[in-house]
Each structure stands twice: as structure tokens, then as C-alpha cells.
Design a protein around this ligand. Structure first.
Ligand code: ASP
Ligand code: MG
Length: 418
């Protein structure tokens, strides 16, 4: 008998009707002969409401009490779903993070899972009971309720699937699966039947919001077979794989974009060994994450350096840079918060050159100027003016044939799925 861990997100359990529908889906899997462990999120909007309550009450909520407050959202969903299953004649039992023995670090907010004791859930499964586990929460070694960071229910599901050695971890969400690009920006974006883990990791960190990044790292570590499915439409979703399923992978599997970064440049800095550290050191000390970095020597003794940071850190980074510029005797500094990053991702790039020049040519033909470029083995990212984001993404999507289903082993049955 195979074991499935099914995770239902906030929209999937967003109303009583939807909770009934989730119960039916779980029952369907049971009837097909699978064992099922269910993980639920809070009903949609509920976590935001709880965060709002805490933050309106006091300026700086105590982290322990904050976690207890926001963790209640998942507890409501788990108990409602369990009672609905019981009512439909299927024994079920709800489990908080602590009851499911999900142990996390000793800090309450954004805690990482450290270990899971699978015994209580295994025991329930043996007794024919469907465990319904609250996502997003754990317990620390002192018995405090902890939370795993926003979007953390994905992580709960993946960690449980790993610890129970589940045959599949199924993430039911409000998208049908992983797409070649965000369908809200590219109307003819296509759902992918499968994607490699490395591509998924790149897409998650580049701004595709399908799965929490931490959960993607975790599936890679434990090689959990994971499928992203729609809570609203039937279909096979997108399976994340660990080897290249087909030799004929398309060059580009997907396009990600991100409008939440800002660019800073320091111009005409006297060039000496250690200058990049002098510029970026204070930025790092202020806890600001730097993404792309480009340094360019302009003559014998001067250099320029540009980098990007999250837009929320833009002002602070600009202040720090201006102080550094004075200290180093730089000519000028510049900042631009109206930028966007567009990235092409595909394991096919590993064995083919030519993707980068084609990308630059497509953008050039649309009159889109590229401000920064960075590449890795399976990814090319460019920074452009924010106002060209949609145009750029659509042009690239068409130019690389992503609308056509270049995927060789694309299942024909899936073509009309959506
Ligand atoms: N309910 C939590 C959140 O909204 C966790 C989750 O849904 O994954 O962030
Ligand atoms: Mg979520």
C-alpha cells in the first residue's frame, strides 16, 4: 500500500464547502487504496488576520505569544477537516505540531524543523486512522509552540513525507502546477508535466511563488517525490523529478521574474585590492542580502561596482553606500528602485551554449536595455527597467517556444488539462 502526504493550502480549506471537498478528495485516495496523511494550512486570510490582531494590539509582539496566536489558524482547519472525515464515516484525528512530534529550533518565529518522531502518525495509520496535521507549526525542546515562517505548511508536508518515507508528497494549491511562466503575465504559459528539482529550486528563489523556498531545499535533501496539484481542477499536476527524465530537454524550461529588487551603483572608486569588501562589507553587516554583483574596471585606477538588494532594504543600502563613497573618495553613487529581474531557467542550458546571446537579441529587438547580467549553469538573469517586464517576459516566452509544448515526453492526455 502506498503512502501519500497530501497538503491542502489556505484557499483549498478556505470555506466549509471547500473543507468538505477536501474530505472527499482524501476519501477518494483512501478508496483507491492509499494511506493518507493530511497537512492543512489555515483557512485563507486567517493567518493575515491573526498577524493583524497581534500587531494592532502591541507594537512589537513577544515572539512566543505571537507564534501561539498565529498557530491557531491551522488548528481550526485540522479539527474541522478531521470532524468532517469522521462524519463521512472515515476515522480521522487532528494533530498539532507538538502532537505530531515535529521538533524545531528553540526560537519561535521562522524556526527550522530539526527532527520528527514518526511514531504517533505511524501508529495512527496502522489503526486505520487518517492523521490530519496542522502545518506551519512545531514544538521546541522546552515545549513551546513554534512557527516555521510564512508559507511554512509546505515545509511541514515535505518534512513529514521525508520522515514517513512517503511514496509521494502532494501539494494541493490554487495553481494547477508549475508553469513555463506566471500565467497572469503570459496568457499562453503552459503547465509543465514535470520539472527537475534544480530548476524548481532556481524558480523558487527567483520569485516563482509556487512553493516556499525552504520546502524546495528540503525535498532536494531527502529526494521526496513531490507533485504540485490544483485543489480545484482534476489533473496530474507537475511532478518534481531528480533526474533528467528525457534526454531532449528543452533549452529553457521556465521564466521567472521579480520586481522586488533595487539596483545601486558606486562610480569611480579608486581601485585597490579589497575595495569590493569595503563597499559590500557594511551592507552585509546591516543584514542586507545582496543578490547580483557586477564590478567593472574603467581605467588604470578607477572601478565601478553595481549590485542589487531587496527593495525593502533600498533606502538603508543607499545611505550606507553614500557614507562608503565619501570614505573611499568615489566620484558618484546612483540608485534605481524601478528595476525588474527576468530569468531563464533550464537544465538544457548546461549542454548548450547560445541561450544567452539569443536572450539578449530578443530583448534588444524589443528595444529593452539590459542593465545587469548574471549567469549560473542552468540560469541567466538580466535586470531591466521595470516598465519593460511584461513585454520582455512575453517576448522571451514566445522566442524560446515555451508556448508550444517543446517538452518531448509531454503526455498527450495532459494537453487539454487545465
Ligand atoms: N498559514 C501560514 C501562512 O499563511 C502557513 C501556510 O499557509 O503555509 O503563511
Ligand atoms: Mg502557502
Amino acid at each position: 500500500m502506498s503512502l501519500w502526504v497530501q497538503k491542502y493550502g489556505g484557499t483549498s480549506v478556505g470555506s466549509l464547502d471547500r473543507i468538505r471537498r477536501v474530505a472527499d478528495k482524501v476519501i477518494e485516495a483512501k478508496q483507491a487504496g492509499h494511506q493518507v496523511v493530511v497537512v492543512v494550512s489555515a483557512m485563507s486570510g486567517e493567518t493575515n488576520r491573526l498577524v493583524g490582531l497581534a500587531e494592532s494590539l502591541v507594537e512589537c509582539p513577544d515572539p512566543r505569544e505571537y507564534s501561539v496566536t498565529v498557530a491557531t489558524g491551522e488548528m481550526v482547519s485540522m479539527a474541522l477537516l478531521a470532524m468532517c472525515l469522521i462524519d463521512k464515516g472515515y476515522p480521522a484525528r487532528s494533530y498539532t505540531g507538538a502532537q505530531a512530534q515535529i521538533f524545531s529550533e528553540n526560537h519561535c518565529v521562522k524556526a527550522r524543523i530539526e527532527r520528527i518522531d514518526p511514531y504517533p502518525l505511524k501508529q495512527a495509520l496502522e489503526e486505520g486512522i487518517i492523521p490530519v496535521v496542522a502545518g506551519f507549526q512545531g514544538v521546541d525542546s522546552y515545549g513551546n509552540i513554534t512557527t516555521l515562517g510564512r508559507g511554512g505548511s509546505d515545509t511541514t508536508a515535505v518534512a513529514l513525507a521525508a520522515s514517513l518515507a512517503a511514496d509521494e508528497c502532494q501539494i494541493y494549491t490554487d495553481v494547477d502546477g508549475v508553469y513555463t511562466a506566471d500565467p497572469r503575465v503570459v496568457p499562453d504559459a503552459r503547465q509543465l508535466t514535470h520539472i527537475t528539482f534544480e530548476e524548481m529550486l532556481e524558480l523558487a528563489s527567483l520569485g516563482a511563488k509556487v512553493l516556499q523556498k525552504r520546502s524546495v531545499e528540503l525535498i532536494g535533501k531527502y529526494k521526496v517525490p513531490l507533485r504540485v496539484l490544483s485543489s480545484f481542477h482534476d489533473g496530474q499536476g507537475t511532478l518534481i523529478t531528480y533526474e533528467e527524465v528525457s534526454m531532449e530537454r528543452p533549452l529553457v524550461s521556465g521564466i521567472a521574474f521579480n520586481r522586488s529588487e533595487a539596483k545601486l551603483s558606486i562610480i569611480g572608486v579608486p581601485d585597490q585590492p579589497g575595495v569590493a569588501a569595503k563597499i559590500l562589507g557594511p551592507i552585509g553587516e546591516a543584514n542586507i542580502d545582496v543578490d547580483m554583483i557586477v564590478q567593472n574596471k574603467i581605467n588604470e585606477d578607477l572601478t565601478d561596482l553595481s549590485f542589487t538588494v531587496g527593495r525593502e532594504d533600498y533606502k538603508k543600502a543607499l545611505e550606507i553606500l553614500s557614507a562608503v563613497a565619501k570614505e573611499l573618495g568615489a566620484r558618484d553613487i546612483k540608485g534605481d528602485a524601478k528595476i525588474a529581474k527576468i530569468s531563464l531557467v533550464g537544465v538544457g542550458m548546461r549542454s548548450h551554449s547560445g541561450v544567452a546571446p539569443q536572450m539578449f537579441q530578443v530583448l534588444g529587438a524589443e528595444g529593452i536595455n539590459i542593465q545587469l547580467i548574471s549567469t549560473s549553469e542552468i540560469k541567466i538573469s538580466v535586470v531591466v527597467d521595470e516598465k519593460y517586464l511584461e513585454l520582455g517576459v512575453r517576448a522571451l516566452h514566445a522566442a524560446f517556444g515555451l508556448d508550444k509544448g517543446a517538452d518531448e515526453d509531454f503526455d498527450p492526455k495532459m494537453r487539454d488539462f487545465k
